[in-house]
Design a protein around this ligand. Sequence first.
Ligand code: DC
Length: 221
Amino acid sequence: MKARIAIDGPAGAGKSTVARAVAKKLGLAYLDTGAMYRAITLAALNADVELSDGRALAALTAKVELDIQINSDGENVIFLNGKNVSKEIREPQINRNVSYVARCPEVREIMVSKQQEIGRRGGVVMDGRDIGTNVMPDADFKFFLTASLTERARRRLAELQEKGISLTLPEMMAEITMRDKIDSERECSPLQAAKDAIHLDTTEMTIEQVVKFIVDIVVGS
Ligand code: DC
């Protein structure tokens, strides 16, 4: 079976960009599991579902049609009820609310089972918060990426600025701190490094250096 690689870490650590590039280099599929929680958040906001209402969120999650495809650049394209929502799920309103949806056990149960189904096919790089601990505890390689809060906020800010959305650095740092807190303190599979994960602080590293670090380990093993 082709390699299964788990990449976890807090918001803004560069996981998605790195995971996509690693997948491309190694000829593997890429799954951005955060995008799945983002799509459910969008569905919930559109349907005016109260984000603290686990039952309502679960009912909505079971009802929506979530489809993930990979385009020619190796990017995930997310369809919610047949509509491409890949851009919409990156909006600030989703950033602010997604942690509340992702902490709901009923939502996680449905998402994790979809992710595990993809994981079982093998040949995949998956990034998220609980991939090495819960989704693919038997992954062939596990990485936990971190970076300083300031650097993570800078990276997220640069992404948003490209889209014409302006926030100050302190505002972004506060938002990331809040998300990390909810993601780390939730009861159901919180953001956590697997015991056997390789830790990498990417604060001073370029994307290319991080990708090379991971690819070298996978290829060299
Ligand atoms: O990686 P991201 O910023 O797109 O993730 C969005 C949210 O989803 C974030 O608050 C953490 C949550 N998430 C999660 O709980 N489990 C995952 N496997 C992936 C993301």
